[in-house]
Design a protein. Structure first.
Length: 337
């Protein structure tokens, strides 16, 4: 009898051991498999985030080349807020005749699928005087004044259009450069809209030597886009920041590459951007020439001493002038011009 009882106890103990062992093995397998799946998912998310980060950085570089009128990106950096969320930021500034003036940062928050949010780039535009159609633009974040260009084709099309209902009433071209004579001992930037498009070489010869050419505006091909339609979306190239006003020819950039620079880089960037059905990019692409030597531009942004900028309204090639940022001259830093 005792032997039978002991035998049953041994059998039950063995069963419990096997059960515990099975549970342990099953638990270990679950942990291993679960960990592997988690790692695989986490790794895949990491790969997708890396791809998205690279894509956003590339788009930053395209935007910096295509549409940054006298706006220079000084740094780019990422910050991770969540496993599936990151932010790309760019510190920026303006070159005002050698003075570095802070400009609001640009940022975009993205996840594995694309952009979640981005900083607003379009300026606020107001009427300078309710009784007129003159306008003024300011930066949404800093409230700094933004320089504006005008579409000469639109102005002329409106004046000659028989059925004026087809076009909105144009904004009156401003002539703000001359007002800077009232602001002594200061530096400023002015957007000059030319009466027609000029070549790169012609522009460098006709712009006074006592101001600095910072930016070359490509202009607008369409006569249906007015000033307010394209404000904040100007297409052109920033010049060298040493006061010489030089542009570079650059080289064509293949899809997927990030090194956009120079006139050929602008052509490549516009081509790739217009593939996304961006109307402004397509409009700009229509105006690109074979190379910088044959290129023509519809305006420039120049910077310099206010007394020198004030003379720009009297130039024969000036259709309009519009003031941007101004800053006082400090006794410890001489301007470039």
């Amino acid at each position: 009898m005792n032997d039978n009882v002991n035998f049953e106890k041994i059998i039950k103990a063995e069963k419990r051991k096997k059960l515990f062992k099975a549970i342990a093995v099953s638990g270990a397998a679950t942990v291993i498999i679960g960990g592997s799946v988690f790692y695989a998912i986490y790794n895949q998310l990491g790969i997708q985030m890396a791809k998205q980060a690279s894509k956003q950085q590339r788009q930053f570089n395209i935007d910096d080349l295509i549409s940054s009128p006298n706006i220079i990106s000084t740094s780019q950096y990422f910050s991770t807020t969540k496993t599936t969320q990151g932010t790309l930021k760019s510190d920026r500034e303006k070159n005002i005749d050698g003075y570095r003036v802070a400009y609001p940062e640009k940022n975009v928050t993205f996840n594995t699928h694309g952009i979640e949010s981005a900083s607003a780039q379009t300026p606020n535009i107001y009427n300078k005087n309710p009784a007129t159609k003159e306008i003024i633009a300011t930066n949404r974040q800093s409230q700094q004044k933004e320089p504006l260009f005008f579409n000469v084709k639109y102005e002329h099309a409106y004046q000659s259009e028989k059925d004026k209902k087809k076009l909105l009433a144009p904004s009156i071209p401003t002539h703000e450069a001359k007002t800077l004579s009232q602001l002594p001992n200061a530096l400023g930037e002015v957007a000059i809209t030319f009466d027609k498009r000029y070549s790169y070489d012609d522009i460098r010869q006709m712009i006074p030597k006592d101001v600095m050419i910072n930016y070359y505006w490509l202009g607008i091909h369409s006569d249906k886009l007015d000033t307010m339609s394209v404000a904040g979306s100007y297409i052109g190239l920033n010049a060298s920041d040493d006061g010489t006003g030089k542009l570079t020819e650059g080289a064509e950039v293949k899809a997927g590459k990030n090194d956009f620079s120079g006139y050929q880089g602008l052509k490549s960037a516009l081509k790739q951007q217009s593939g996304q059905r961006t109307d402004i990019a397509k409009d700009g692409q229509r105006q690109m020439s074979k190379n910088l030597k044959t290129a023509k531009f519809a305006g420039v942004i120049v910077t310099g001493r206010t007394q020198n900028l004030a003379k720009l309204d009297s130039q024969k090639y000036t259709f309009a002038t519009n003031v941007g940022v101004t800053t006082p001259i400090m006794p410890y830093q001489a301007p470039l011009k």
